[in-house]
Write a protein that binds this ligand. Structure first.
Ligand SMILES: Cc1cc2nc3c(=O)[nH]c(=O)nc-3n(C[C@H](O)[C@H](O)[C@H](O)COP(=O)(O)OP(=O)(O)OC[C@H]3O[C@@H](n4cnc5c(N)ncnc54)[C@H](O)[C@@H]3O)c2cc1C
Length: 382
């Protein structure tokens, strides 16, 4: 269906992304999958093309265009080519907003040029071994000591944690018995700070081109100048930024489901069974017709949400609805498409297998499907 989200500027950016993905990502992707990450120099290459700094001010080497639709375009073009851009999505759509919203002038001068140039890689560390969905239950602490905060704790499942130069770490700096959401603070922990170490690189079933790490903090001395935003206000900052994080996951889900259908059409037209292309069976046609309908329904919902988000009007509950619907749709569609590949669908050399394993996490991270339902139910007064 015709979409009316994008302008000619977005479409020009789409051309740039498509060209970059085709030439610089697709040929290297199998090698990056084996290495578990995208090499640092590729981030710098993207930085030099202006792909990482669209939302950052021109005075810092960015594009000065804080328009979420550029991020959508980039994700769509990667999915279209059956790849991902490693942690770029997390960096731009999940982490950068914290810097854009909460960094003060000194922090902007210090970090923004490196972020725009792809020389500073980032991660956000909320989840801990003992708590994920219940963010207010975090146990990592930061205690004030003169001009520093002393951070102690552990984080897990941190996307890009192995490569990150700057880790936005959520720590408890105070306790309020009447409000457990108060007293969390964002501190930027830097690579090389004594006591900050990276543990295991976790072995995931999918998303092989991005690292996922355990991080440890033992008496890490973080200067007060590295606090992002107001002390004690992190929970409200997370609440403000999580809708975009959820929308972003939904963008990936819809574009990857669309790619799964394209891959299945291509495969079933060429594969023969009982002397005829698999695509000629009525079951194949009906399955793909049903999948295509699901994708278009999800796309309509998603595009509406993106438009609202661009206007600054997407509510947390609506972002939860979109994430819930689009990620569950992705799972159904990719699974049905994989079925049409028969045994080959189970082999990692076929991109449909990668789409399948990559898809599974969409219902878990950025808040599980169950947590999305909790948020939606609350908005219904339940
Ligand atoms: C690949 C990957 C990358 C990630 N990247 C990051 C990252 O960069 N930074 C970061 O901070 N975190 C990251 N995460 C963590 C992710 O956000 C959490 O895994 C997720 O929020 C769930 O938390 P949990 O794993 O502790 O599960 P739990 O909270 O222990 O949940 C276990 C089960 O209980 C259910 N449940 C929990 N609460 C409720 C409830 N109230 N009602 C009903 N059911 C409930 C859940 O839905 C789930 O089914 C990542 C995770 C993965 C897998």
């Amino acid at each position: 269906m015709r979409r009316d989200l994008f302008t000619s500027d977005h479409e020009a950016f789409r051309e740039l992304c498509r060209d970059f993905v085709t030439k610089e990502v697709v040929p290297h992707y199998p090698e990056w999958e084996k290495g578990g990450r995208m090499p640092r120099e590729v981030f710098e290459q993207m930085g030099s093309l202006g792909m990482l700094g669209m939302a950052i001010g021109e005075e810092y080497g960015g594009g000065g265009e804080p328009d979420y639709r550029y991020n959508v375009v980039m994700q769509e073009e990667a999915a279209n080519a059956l790849v991902t851009l490693s942690t770029v999505r997390t960096q731009l759509e999940v982490i950068l907003p914290y810097f854009l919203h909460y960094a003060n002038a000194e922090q902007r001068d210090r970090w923004f040029p490196g972020l725009a140039a792809g020389k500073l890689l980032t991660a956000v560390a909320m989840t801990e071994p003992g708590t994920g969905s219940d963010l207010a239950g975090m146990r990592t602490t930061a205690v004030r000591d003169g001009d520093d905060w002393i951070v102690n704790g552990a984080k897990t499942f941190i996307t890009g944690g192995m490569q990150a130069d700057l880790v936005i770490t959520v720590a408890r700096t105070a306790t309020d018995p009447d409000n457990r959401r108060k007293g969390l603070t964002l501190l930027v922990v830097e690579d090389g700070m004594p006591g900050f170490t990276r543990g295991r690189e976790l072995d995931k079933m999918g998303c092989k081109v991005q690292d996922t790490a355990e991080l440890s903090f033992v008496d890490v001395r973080v200067p007060a100048a590295n606090v992002l935003g107001e002390e004690g206000e992190a929970f409200s900052y997370l609440g403000h930024n999580l809708p975009q994080e959820r929308l972003t996951v939904a963008v990936g889900s819809v574009s990857q489901a669309r790619s799964a259908i394209a891959a299945a059409i291509d495969y079933t037209k060429n594969r023969k069974a009982f002397g005829t292309p698999v695509a000629s069976f009525q079951n194949t046609k009906f399955e793909l017709a049903a999948c295509s309908t699901e994708v278009e329904a999800a796309q309509a919902m998603l595009d509406r949400a993106i438009a609202l988000h661009v206007e600054g009007e997407l509510s947390g509950a609506d972002a939860a609805r979109v994430k819930l619907f689009c990620t569950e749709m992705q799972q159904r569609v990719v699974d049905r498409c994989l079925q049409l590949f028969g045994g080959y669908g189970y082999m990692m050399e076929y991109p449909i297998a990668r789409l399948y394993t990559d898809a599974r996490v969409a219902r878990i991270y950025a808040g599980t499907s169950e947590v999305m339902k909790v948020i939606i139910a609350k908005s219904l007064g339940l």
